[in-house]
Design a protein around this ligand. Structure first.
Ligand code: ADP
Length: 596
C-alpha cells in the first residue's frame, strides 16, 4: 500500500482510498485527528506562554510540536506504520502527564485528567490490549500517587494550569474534549459499519451455502434418476440375454457372452456411481441377515476365477476352518461388493504370480467373531506417495492408469465408505513393482438360529407349475422378460400395467404371489399393496407381494416393509434371486396343501 504513496503526499484521502477495511480506516482517521488537534493546541498555547514559562518548559512544548509534525508526515507517507505512530503518540501523552506532575510541579488539574482519559481509551482503540493495559497504568499511576501525597484542600478540579493563562487554558480544554468526542465518534461509526458489513457478508454466505446445498441435492437427485432410468433397460438386456442363451447355438452363445459381459460392466459402472452418490449422502443402510461366509467368498472368487485364468495365474482362496459351520449376521451384498472390488483390482493390476484372498478368525467369543480379510497380489503395486490418494473418488495411482487398465477410480472410495459402515478401516501395504496387500478386519455377530437350506439353494430345477403369479409392471419389455422367465419355470402368469389393474385382476382371481413394480402410472406399487393389505378377506389380504424396483432412494427396504410387502428384488436382478424367492413360496404352498 505505502509503496504507491509519494513522499510528498499531504492528502489523507489518498491514504484512505488504499485501505478497504473500515476499522483500519478509522484508526488512521483517529491518529490523524489526534495529531492535527495536538498541533493546533500547541500553536494556540505557544504564543500565550512564550513569555511566562521557564525555557525548559518551552523546549518541551516545541519538542512535542516537532514530534507531532513529523508523525503526521510519516502517517501520510507510511500509513502501514500506524502501530509505531500510535505508540509514539501514547508515549508523548504519558511523558506529558509525568513531566507535568513531577518535573514542572503542577497540581492535578482538568488538563492532566483529560490527558489521562485520552491516553487510556486511545490506547485500547489503537493498539493491542496488553500494551493498552500497560499504558493505562502508566497514565493513571502518577495521578493516584499525586492524589495520595497531596492534601485534599490543594486538589481542585477547576485549578488552572499555572503557566497557561485564560483564555488559552479554556480553549485547550475545549479542544481536548473535541478530541475525545471525535475519537469516539470515528471509532463507533467504523465499528457500526464493520458490523453491518459483516451482517451483509453473513447473509451472502448463508445464501451461497443454501445454493450449494440445492445444487448438491439436485445433482444427487439427477444421478439417482439417471441410474434408475439406466437400470431399467439394463434389466431387460441382461435378462433377455440369459433367456436367449438357453436356446442359442455355440457361436451365438459366444456373442451373447460378450453382450452379457458388456451389459454387466455397464451395470457395474452405473451401480458404482450410484453407490458413491448414496454413500456421500449417508443413505446406505446395512442389511443384517444370516450369511455363510465361505459360500459368499467362494461365489465371489469363482466369478472372478475366469478372469484370473484368462491372464494365466491362479486366484487362491483360504477361509478359516472355524467359519465352515458357523453362519454370521452380515450384509452379504455390501460384503460381496467390498471383496469383489478388491479382488477385481488385484486381478486387473497383476500380470503374473498369484492373487490370494484370505479370511481368518482373529478373535471370537460366544456371540461374536472378528475376521481379518486380506487380498494379496503380485501385481504392479502402488507408489508410496499415492497410497492415500487412491481412496479418494475418481482418483487413480497415475495419469495413464485409465489408458492401460480402464476404470473410474470409484471402487476404492466406495470400499472405504462401506467399511466405515462395518466400523472398519482398510489397510494397504504395497511396493511398486512387487504387489499389494489390502486388508481389513470386521466384527460380526454369530447367527444362532436354524439355517434354512432353501436360502442356499441355487440350482433352478424345481418346477413352479403350482404357482399362479400376478405381475404388475408398466414397462412392456420388463413384463415380457418376467413372463418368459416364469414360463420357463412353468409358472402361470397374468400381466397388468399398473396397481389399479392389478387390484381389479386380483379381486376376481386367485394368485399365489404378486410381483409388484413400485413406480407405475395410475396407481403405484405402494398404494396397490396398502389397498390389498386392507382387504376384509384375511386370506386375500395376506398374499405374498414381492416388490420389483430399480429405485435407489433412501431406505427403500423400510418403505417396502411399511407398505406391507414381503420382500423385494432390485432391478436388474439375477434370475436365480427371483427363483429363490419363488421357491420359498412354492415350498410353503406345498406344505400348506399337505397339511390340509
Ligand atoms: P479403478 O480400479 O476403477 O481405477 P479404484 O478406486 O478401484 O478405481 O482404484 C483406484 C486406483 O488404485 C486404481 O486406478 C489403481 O491405480 C490403484 N489400485 C487399486 N488396486 C490396486 C492393486 N491391487 N494394484 C495396483 N494398483 C491398484
Amino acid at each position: 500500500m505505502s509503496a504507491s504513496i509519494p513522499f510528498f503526499n499531504f492528502s489523507l484521502k489518498k491514504v484512505l482510498i488504499q485501505q478497504p477495511d473500515t476499522l483500519k480506516q478509522a484508526r488512521i482517521k483517529i491518529v490523524y485527528g489526534i495529531l492535527l488537534l495536538s498541533l493546533l493546541k500547541l500553536l494556540i498555547a505557544i504564543p500565550l506562554v512564550i513569555n511566562n514559562i521557564p525555557t525548559n518548559h518551552l523546549f518541551r512544548i516545541v519538542f512535542f510540536f516537532l514530534i507531532y509534525l513529523a508523525l503526521i508526515k510519516y502517517l501520510l507517507y507510511k500509513p502501514l506504520s500506524i502501530n509505531i505512530i500510535s505508540h509514539l503518540i501514547l508515549l508523548t501523552g504519558i511523558a506529558g502527564i509525568w513531566s507535568n506532575l513531577f518535573i514542572f510541579g503542577q497540581q492535578l488539574n482538568l488538563l492532566v485528567l483529560q490527558f489521562v482519559f485520552m491516553v487510556t481509551f486511545v490506547s485500547y482503540y489503537l493498539i493491542n490490549t496488553r500494551y493498552a493495559f500497560l499504558y493505562s497504568i502508566l497514565a493513571i499511576s502518577p495521578v493516584m500517587f499525586k492524589l495520595a501525597i497531596t492534601s485534599r484542600e490543594k486538589w481542585h478540579l477547576d485549578a488552572i494550569s499555572q503557566e497557561l493563562p485564560s483564555p488559552g487554558f479554556e480553549v485547550v480544554v475545549l479542544m481536548n474534549f473535541i478530541t475525545i468526542v471525535l475519537i469516539h465518534y470515528l471509532f463507533y461509526r467504523a465499528f457500526r459499519d464493520n458490523v453491518n458489513e459483516k451482517e451483509i457478508l453473513n447473509k451472502q454466505l448463508l445464501a451461497t451455502i443454501a445454493e450449494t446445498k440445492a445444487l448438491a441435492d439436485s445433482r444427487s437427485v439427477f444421478l439417482s434418476t439417471m441410474s434408475h432410468e439406466l437400470r431399467t433397460p439394463l434389466n431387460a438386456v441382461i435378462g433377455m440375454t440369459n433367456l436367449i442363451k438357453d436356446t442359442a447355438t455355440e457361436e451365438q452363445t459366444e456373442n451373447l457372452d460378450i453382450l452379457e459381459f458388456s451389459a454387466v460392466s455397464l451395470l457395474t459402472v452405473v451401480n458404482d456411481i450410484l453407490d458413491y452418490n448414496k454413500s456421500e449422502n449417508d443413505k446406505i443402510e446395512l442389511e443384517a441377515i444370516p450369511v455363510n461366509l465361505p459360500g459368499l467368498l467362494h461365489k465371489v472368487c469363482s466369478g472372478l476365477q475366469l478372469k484370473a485364468a484368462e491372464k494365466g495365474f491362479d486366484l487362491l482362496l483360504e477361509v478359516d476352518d472355524k467359519l465352515k459351520e458357523q453362519w454370521l449376521i452380515a450384509d452379504p451384498t455390501r460384503l460381496t461388493q467390498i471383496i469383489y472390488n478388491l479382488v477385481g483390482n488385484a486381478i486387473k493390476f497383476t500380470e503374473q504370480g498369484t492373487v490370494s484372498v484370505q479370511a481368518l478368525v482373529v478373535q471370537s467369543d460366544e456371540g461374536h467373531v472378528m475376521i481379518n480379510f486380506s487380498v494379496t497380489d503380485t501385481g504392479i503395486g502402488i507408489p508410496y506417495d499415492r497410497q492415500e490418494a487412491i481412496f479418494e473418488p475418481f482418483t487413480q495411482a497415475s495419469a495413464d492408469t485409465t489408458r492401460y487398465y480402464g476404470g473410474t477410480g470409484l471402487g476404492l472410495a466406495i470400499v472405504k465408505r462401506l467399511l466405515k459402515l462395518f466400523n472398519s478401516t482398510i489397510d494397504l501395504k504395497s511396493k511398486q513393482g512387487e504387489g499389494s496387500v489390502f486388508s481389513f478386519a470386521i466384527q460380526f455377530d454369530l447367527y444362532k438360529g436354524d439355517i434354512n437350506p432353501n436360502s442356499i439353494h441355487t440350482d433352478m430345477n424345481s418346477s413352479f407349475d403350482n404357482l399362479n403369479i400376478l405381475i404388475a409392471e408398466d414397462n412392456p419389455v420388463n413384463a415380457l422378460l418376467l413372463v418368459k422367465l416364469l414360463t420357463k419355470w412353468n409358472a402361470k402368469t397374468v400381466v397388468t400395467n399398473n396397481g389399479k389393474e392389478a387390484i381389479d385382476k386380483y379381486l376376481n382371481n386367485t394368485f399365489d404371489v404378486i410381483l409388484m413394480d413400485l413406480h407405475m402410472p395410475v396407481m403405484d406399487g405402494y398404494q396397490a399393496t396398502l389397498f390389498i393389505r386392507s382387504l376384509s378377506n384375511p386370506i386375500k389380504a395376506c398374499i405374498p407381494i414381492i416388490a420389483l424396483t430399480a429405485s435407489v432412494s433412501h431406505n427403500i427396504h423400510g418403505k417396502i416393509k411399511d407398505a406391507g410387502m414381503h420382500d423385494y428384488l432390485s432391478k436388474p436382478f439375477q434370475p436365480v434371486s427371483l427363483y429363490q424367492k419363488l421357491n420359498l413360496i412354492n415350498i410353503a404352498k406345498a406344505g400348506k396343501a399337505l397339511a390340509e
